[in-house]
Structures are given as structure tokens and as C-alpha cells.
Design a binder for this molecule. Structure first.
Ligand code: CP3
Length: 351
């Protein structure tokens, strides 16, 4: 029972017995048992099979003893269901067949399209129900952030700078805001299905917002995240917001209507919490590449992060702390290192 609730306790500001730990991208390519199931089947085909989704989602829970499961799915799935032609290429990520170039293209995701989505997501709800009935830890649902989805729609494929998206944003600011608003509703529909089927928490992965300056983050992204929250106001499950390379944006995140902010690995947890005025629970933030080194080398760094997190969130504070990486697990990570990290955090993360 204790395990069932440590994540939720951290998110509602009470103190769990020990610090909850899970890893972004814990399901998937670092696990041999995942590679066995996947073989050469495209991920977007796997995602439509609830039994397979259940098995893959629970693999890291039984192997590593983490305190939460995260649904095996992908941020671009709702786009596909909304009729956007795309594929996911191994090693690079999503590829959009006809990227958006003009405001006219954004009509492909108008309000009618977005409203037709829930009926087409039955297979997601079914997978969530199967997982929840079997799991002994809470299930985290998720969606991509509207800006991050717009990056794929406009640039068409992964990019370091997302310069086509930023150029579209500056040339057609009104159409861009409208697109983000429709994407916010699409994300909310995807999350709604997961919450209705039993997910206990949800995380918005707004991975690429770090390419924006403060002004554009405030103008475009803040309203889009608050729109997700307000269209889910009939639910009380906690919401986590995460982006990469966000040190310059953290103080602006205090105006987000969310429960917890995921911290990128480039900043210390202490500086991050100070920037955010100790207003939100925090999650993070080991550098994922740290897990590629021998365990005795990284052990002191894990303990230092844990200690900082526990000083910020937990006993005698109004906010909570969740141990995680500062971005997703790298595919080449040795699973044994992940398991040892969980053991260490469970041993030393006692309040
Ligand atoms: O913890 C989990 O793994 C849960 C499932 C999950 C996946 N994608 C499965 C997946 C989650 C939470 C995501 C989110 C996601 N997808 C994000 C946000 C997180 C982040 O990393 O910033 C982004 C940007 C995507 C888009 C995407 N999908 C990328 C960049 C890739 C990787 C391409 C590659 O092969 O390097 C994907 C494909 C993908 N999504 C895989 C998995 C397990 C790999 C597919 C495979 O097994 O070949």
C-alpha cells in the first residue's frame, strides 16, 4: 500500500515514507525483454494492441521496482488518430509526411477534428484499464505539450533548433496561437481517456520549449498549458509539466496551473527550486548519460541529488520531491544500473 501512494503523497504535499522514483522513458529500448517483443514491428502498430501495451508498460516496474508505471505510448499518437499522416523512424523519431507551412494547413486540426478524437482512442482506454487492474503502483498518463507537437508538425522531423517552427510562430503569430490552442484540446482529450480509465497522475512532455526565449514562452506556451489544465478541470489527478533546457524559463513556470515541475539536468535542484520560489513540487534531475558510467562512480552524485531533493521537498515543506532523470533513459543504458539506482534511492531516501 505504501508503494501505491508514495508518488501521490509527494504530489499532494504530504510526506511519503520514502522518496518516490521513476524514470522518463523507463519502458522501451534499454530493456532486452522490450526488444524481444518489439522485434521489427513499428512502434505505432504496437501501441494499438492493449495486451502488448500492458506488458511493455509493466516490464520496468517488475524489473526495477520503480514506484510508478508510465503508459507505453507516444506523444504523436493523438496526431495520427486525428488524421495526420506520420511515421516513427528508429533512431530519429517522428516524421510528418506533409509538414505544415501555412496557416491554411492548421485547419487539418480544427475544433471538429479534435472533438472527434475520444471515440477513436478506445484502444488506449482499454490498455490503461488492463494495466491498472494488474499494477501495484500508480499509472502515469501523459501527452506531448502543444508547442512540442507543433514542432513536429511544422519542422516535420527532429531538429536541434526547430527554426521552421519558430519562423512560422513569428510570421503567423495568430495562426500559431490558434494551432497551440487546438493542440491543447487534443492533448486534453488524450489525457482524459487515460484518466477516465484509471491513470492516477499525468505528465505533459513539452520537451522542446527550451528553444524559446522568455517572451515567447510566456506568450505562446503558458496559455497552452493552462488550457490543458482548465479543460480537465473536472478531474483532480495531479499534473506534472516537463521541458528540456528550461533553466531560463523556470521562474515563468510558477504561473502554470500544475502541481509539479520536472527539472532538466542542466541546473541544480536547489537553483531550480529557488527560481520557482519553492512554489511547486519538483521532479528530477540526474543527467541521463550519468547512468552509462560504473555504479561506484555515479553513486555519490545520485546521493547528492537525492539529498538536495529531500531538502527541498518533503518533511516540513509544503512541496514534494520525486526522484527522476533530467530527461529520458538513453537506449544504451545498462538496465542493472537503473535497478541499482532505485535500490539506492529506496535505501537512502527515507524521510
Ligand atoms: O517511459 C516511456 O518510455 C513511456 C513511453 C514513451 C514513448 N515516447 C515511447 C517511445 C513516452 C513517454 C514517449 C514520449 C516522447 N516521444 C517524447 C517526450 C519525451 C522526450 O524524450 O523528450 C518525444 C519527444 C517523443 C517523440 C519520439 N518518439 C522520439 C524522439 C522517439 C525516439 C526515436 C528513436 O528511435 O530514437 C520516439 C519513438 C519512441 N517512443 C520509442 C519509444 C519506446 C522508440 C521506438 C522503438 O522502440 O524503436
Amino acid at each position: 500500500m505504501d508503494k501505491l501512494s508514495s508518488l501521490l503523497q509527494a504530489l499532494n504535499g504530504s510526506t511519503p515514507t520514502s522518496v518516490p522514483i521513476w524514470f522518463m522513458r523507463q519502458a522501451g529500448r534499454s530493456l532486452p525483454e522490450y526488444r524481444d517483443i518489439k522485434g521489427s514491428t513499428p512502434i505505432l502498430d504496437l501501441l494499438k494492441n492493449p495486451e502488448i501495451v500492458k506488458t511493455i508498460t509493466l516490464q520496468p516496474v517488475s524489473r526495477h521496482n520503480v514506484d510508478a508505471a508510465i503508459l507505453y505510448s507516444d506523444i504523436v499518437l493523438p496526431l495520427l488518430v486525428a488524421g495526420i499522416d506520420l511515421r516513427i523512424e528508429a533512431g530519429t523519431g517522428p516524421k510528418i509526411t506533409e509538414p505544415f507551412n501555412t496557416p491554411n494547413d492548421t485547419e487539418k486540426l480544427n475544433g471538429d477534428v479534435v472533438n472527434s478524437i475520444p471515440a477513436k482512442l478506445d484502444f488506449v482506454g482499454e490498455a490503461v484499464k488492463l494495466i491498472v487492474s494488474e499494477a501495484n503502483v500508480p499509472l502515469i498518463g501523459f501527452a506531448g505539450g502543444p508547442f512540442t507537437l507543433a514542432c513536429y508538425l511544422i519542422d516535420g522531423e527532429s531538429s536541434k533548433t526547430w527554426s521552421k517552427t519558430k519562423s512560422f510562430m513569428r510570421t503567423f503569430p495568430e495562426a500559431f496561437s490558434l494551432l497551440l490552442n487546438n493542440l491543447a484540446l487534443l492533448c486534453a482529450q488524450f489525457i482524459r481517456v487515460q484518466l477516465l480509465s484509471g491513470a492516477s497522475v499525468f505528465q505533459v512532455f513539452d520537451s522542446w520549449v527550451g528553444v524559446l526565449d522568455r517572451c515567447d514562452f510566456e506568450r505562446f506556451v503558458v496559455p497552452s498549458i493552462n488550457a490543458i489544465r482548465s479543460s480537465l478541470s473536472d478531474f483532480n489527478q495531479p499534473m506534472i509539466y516537463f521541458g528540456v533546457n528550461t533553466s531560463h524559463l523556470l521562474d515563468l513556470m510558477t504561473s502554470l496551473d500544475v502541481d509539479c515541475i520536472g527539472i532538466d539536468w542542466r541546473i541544480s535542484l536547489t537553483s531550480a527550486a529557488e527560481s520557482m520560489n519553492y512554489n511547486h513540487s519538483i521532479q528530477g534531475n540526474l543527467d541521463p548519460s550519468l547512468l552509462l558510467s560504473p555504479f561506484d562512480v555515479i553513486k555519490p552524485i545520485i546521493l547528492q541529488t537525492l539529498e538536495e531533493g529531500m531538502r527541498i521537498g518533503g518533511t516540513n515543506t509544503k512541496i514534494g520531491y520525486i526522484f527522476n532523470l533530467g530527461h529520458g533513459v538513453l537506449p544504451e543504458t545498462n538496465p542493472a544500473t537503473i535497478t541499482k539506482t532505485v535500490e539506492l534511492v529506496h535505501e537512502f531516501g527515507r524521510y
